[in-house]
Design a protein around this ligand. Structure first.
Ligand code: NAD
Ligand code: DAU
Length: 350
């Protein structure tokens, strides 16, 4: 039985990847390693927690000794590394947490893998999950390709860029078998309501202001989370050693257009009058250093591994809204407690 370590599996994307692997590969044992920060939530995996090919390990990737001990004990065959501090706004108020988890944590995993795999690396794989934000910010035209020069501009994207470089360094220096993928903005069920879409769904539902940074002209390329999980599955199994793959939705929206679309869907689902939710849109102070536009060229992944997004945005956003409306308890459990403090601090003008 292959032993696969998935880090950050209690988070948004990680939980979808864990479920996909546990269900699709009964001959793999999936170890979900997560320290359960504010963003980690085992409720995300309730439906698969008793499967015999699944185990949860509560551990912190910043703890080098613990990582070495775990690799020694379990002798993992492969790693899919998603654990990270992931929210740009939090990286602006607390960069150090991002340096510790995203950089140091990644190096701890690389060191533990290297020490355990030693000279027998040929059938092993360290798959590092990264972001399109490492490439910086685009103007009105152009797309990020795998050869676009790195130009990270926030503490979050700089920490992710740094971890990408270290993963490549372990490949070149020590012969570690690695793949990296850089994905655009994900949306879908189980996303923590600090990110634009779930935060807005929650606020619309509760008739609270929807905070739009600046003029809402910034552009993101949105991908349904299950399409990202499918891409990760393909890259893990068919990606070439040492290669990088960009993953994107071919689905660019300005924030303001996206929120108008979301308001339309929410009005319909909540039986509200057309235009009612859009009245909640409130322009607030811009994010510091706010990247203007991200957009991915996923040609390599499409041509080499035959991947493409399966869902149109209209369908994906409806599914997402349906999930949040059907899972009120999941949302309520999050928005009480610490979330309130975060929200007050981040959106104090509202
Ligand atoms: P998330 O914040 O929802 O989840 C992160 C998970 O990592 C949480 O479960 C958290 O508890 C865990 N974690 C954090 N610090 C840890 C530590 N020190 N030790 C162990 N576990 C720890 O993040 P997400 O949105 O699911 O993103 C997952 C990965 O995908 C990240 O590496 C992120 O950079 C990358 N990514 C995200 C997006 C996106 O749109 N969300 C897009 C591209 C890439
Ligand atoms: O591009 C991939 C990245 O996408 C991932 O690497 C990150 O982990 C993920 O958080 C996401 O980063 P963004 O900063 O693009 O996502 P966020 O949902 O925070 O913001 C999306 C856009 O919406 C961005 O232009 C900022 C804006 N925004 C965000 C929030 C939270 C607002 O206008 N108002 C808000 O309240």
């Amino acid at each position: 039985m292959k032993k696969i370590l998935i880090t950050g599996g209690a988070g948004f994307i990680g939980s979808h990847v864990v479920r996909l692997f546990v269900e699709k590969y009964p001959d793999y044992h999936i170890y979900n390693l997560d320290v359960l920060t504010y963003a980690g939530n085992l409720e995300n995996l309730k439906d698969i927690e008793s499967k015999s090919n699944y185990s949860f390990i509560k551990a912190d990737i910043t703890d080098a000794d613990k990582m070495n001990a775990l690799f020694n004990e379990y002798q993992f065959d492969g790693v899919i590394h998603l654990a990270a501090e992931s929210h740009v706004d939090r990286s602006i108020s607390d960069p150090l947490a991002f340096i510790k988890t995203n950089i140091l944590g990644t190096v701890n995993l690389l060191n533990a893998a290297r020490a355990t795999w030693n000279e027998q690396m040929q059938d092993k794989l360290f798959y590092h999950i990264s972001t399109d934000e490492v490439y910086g910010s685009l103007g009105e035209t152009g797309l990020f390709t795998e050869t676009t020069a790195y130009d990270p501009r926030s503490p979050y994207s700089s920490s992710k860029a740094s971890s990408d470089h270290l993963v490549r360094a372990y490949h070149h220096t020590y012969g570690m078998p690695v793949v990296i993928s850089n994905c655009s903005n994900n949306y879908g069920p189980n996303q923590f309501p600090e990110k634009l879409i779930p935060l807005s769904i929650n606020n619309i539902k509760n008739k609270k202001p929807i905070p739009i940074y600046g003029k809402g002209e910034n552009i993101r390329d949105w991908l349904y989370v299950l399409d990202h999980a499918r891409a990760i599955d393909m890259i893990y199994h068919q990606g070439k050693n040492g290669e990088t793959y960009n993953i994107g939705g071919i689905n660019e929206w300005t924030n303001i257009d996206l929120i108008h679309k979301l308001c339309e869907v929410m009005d319909q689902k909540l039986g509200r009058e057309k235009g009612e939710s859009a009245k909640l849109i409130t322009f607030v102070k811009d994010r510091a250093g706010h990247d203007m536009r991200y957009a991915i060229d996923a040609t390599k992944l499409t041509q080499e591994l035959n991947w493409e997004p399966s869902l149109q945005f209209e369908e994906g956003i409806e599914k997402t809204v349906d999930w949040y409306l059907a899972n009120e308890e999941w949302l309520e459990n999050i928005i009480s407690g610490d979330y309130e403090n975060y929200y007050k601090k981040q959106y104090n003008e509202l």
